[in-house]
Design a protein around this ligand. Structure first.
Ligand code: F0G
Length: 460
């Protein structure tokens, strides 16, 4: 077979108009939003790469399944179909639906953690970290050293540093480590995958100490496909088989179905532990809903049940990973510094290297996001000092390890010409990068400040 262009493996049945604004309007909008793109109304965004979460385009199969959604409060057959879908892929005994991933996280940490505990992860996502800390535990990131060097090529930059994990457990004591988590793919670390070998090595450390291993499984299908492409021994296995092997080596998972569930809302929490599941379900009833709907409509359960399977389609995953790589390689070919190699759901620009004249204290990632919006109506998100930086006791800002700008690609939403436009806009900003000014905070909330922060350009 000749190598041909990888095409979108779908045709478009229903279209959603996108609206243009002028540069003058965008300047105004930026000022009134305090240079925070979360605060700009979506109708004024041309290409929205803020997140791949809940922004998926659903298939005819999912829409059809939604029509048979059973809205019974208890015992809905829609839940049974979700449970069957999850169990066929993930194999866990208990499937607890939640309205989205962070609800699963809250219930997990509230049930498993106590004050003073420590939860290691390759890199905690922001809501994971916040929920862990809310439960009184310390969220510790243990990425491999390569993860912190954006330009280095490594097939599995999402891996956890297993030596650091062993040292941490020895230092704090097993009793203070109620679980270990692995985020697949590692979103905050650049959408990078975790290898099967690393997953098994982490599991071996956990097993030696009797500590359960949980996956933050949001992008499990993309991770499975990277294993197929990059890890010796997996080339002839299907993404589904690889995903099954990943989950088989774990004791539970949290899931946001807004990613590889190909749905617009939903999530779940899984465990093999009966006693734990009972406690989790009791908490679920208190705040989310009865255990057969967990805060979701029956039709949402149906959309997820179908979406999880579609996300494992090899042709879909090939298109998905190819299109993300296309964006990454076209901008990096012109010198734009990105985390190499491009991630599964997103391309991450190294904003500190893009804007070396800005101090990390002046939020290079946020400044770059504002410029891409101003130039071409593109919305992206900073994953850096605004999201992860913290003030110490004296009020001094401790910057994040990296200042990244994430361009997240919604699943099955944009075509190649949209992506070509994004490449053009980024390259135009790249040409005038020396002129871009830093920002300073004028308002910040005490937790998850990036959602509502307001900033202004530095005057110097
Ligand atoms: N874990 C990871 C790795 C995530 O990327 C997210 C969400 C969550 C947990 C929480 O799931 O949103 O359903 O509550 N990430 C989105 C993003 C918000 O833009 O990356 P949720």
């Amino acid at each position: 077979m000749p190598t041909r262009t990888v095409i979108e493996p779908f045709r478009i049945k229903s279209v959603e108009p996108i609206s243009r604004t002028t540069q003058a309007q965008r300047q105004q909008l930026l000022e009134s939003a305090g240079y925070n793109l979360f605060l700009i109304p979506a109708e004024f965004i041309l290409i929205d790469l803020l997140t791949d979460s809940g922004t998926n385009a659903m298939s005819t199969g999912q829409w059809a399944a939604m029509m048979r959604g059973d809205e019974s409060y208890a015992g809905s057959p829609s839940f049974e179909r979700l449970q069957a879908s999850v169990q066929a892929i993930m194999g866990f005994k208990h499937v607890i639906p939640t309205h989205q991933g962070r609800a699963a996280e809250r219930i997990l940490f509230a049930t498993m953690c106590k004050q003073g505990d420590v939860v290691p992860n390759n890199t905690h996502f922001d809501t994971t970290r916040a929920n862990c800390e809310f439960a009184g535990a310390e969220a510790v990131d243990l990425p491999v050293p390569e993860a912190l060097q954006p330009s280095i090529l490594h097939p599995f930059k999402g891996n956890m540093d297993t030596t650091a994990l062993k040292l941490l457990i020895d230092r704090v004591g097993v009793d203070r480590v109620p679980l270990v988590m692995l985020t697949v793919t590692n979103n905050s670390g650049g959408g990078q995958p975790v290898s099967m070998a690393n997953l098994k090595a982490v599991k071996a450390v956990c097993a030696r100490h009797g500590i359960p291993l949980y996956l933050d499984a949001c992008r499990f299908a993309e991770n499975a496909y990277f294993i197929k492409l990059r890890e010796p021994g997996y080339a002839n296995r299907t993404p589904r088989e690889i995903a099954q092997e990943m989950f088989h080596n774990c004791d539970g998972c949290t899931m946001s179905a807004k990613k590889d569930g190909l749905a617009n809302i939903g999530g779940f929490l899984c465990t093999n532990d009966d006693a734990l599941a009972r406690q989790e379900e009791n908490l679920l009833i208190l705040t989310e809903g009865f255990p057969t709907y967990g805060g979701l409509a029956g039709r949402d359960l149906e959309a997820i049940a179908v979406g999880l399977n579609e996300a494992l389609s090899e042709e879909y995953l090939n298109y998905r990973i190819t299109s993300t790589t296309y964006l990454g390689s076209h901008i990096s070919a012109e010198g734009v510094p990105i985390i190499q190699p491009p991630g599964g759901h997103a391309v991450y620009i190294d904003a500190r290297a893009f804007l070396p004249h800005l101090s990390p204290h002046h939020f290079p990632g946020v400044a770059l996001a504002a410029e891409l919006y101003l130039e071409g109506g593109i919305r992206s998100v900073e994953i850096g000092t605004l999201m992860f930086g913290k003030r110490d006791e004296t009020g001094v800002e401790r910057c994040a390890a990296m200042d990244l700008l994430r361009l997240a690609i919604p699943r099955r939403v944009y075509t190649q010409s949209h992506i070509d436009y994004v490449v053009e806009v980024i390259l135009d900003v790249w040409k005038r990068r020396d002129k871009i000014r830093g920002l300073e905070l004028i308002y910040e909330a005490p937790v998850l400040r990036h959602f509502t922060a307001r900033l202004q350009p530095l005057h110097t």
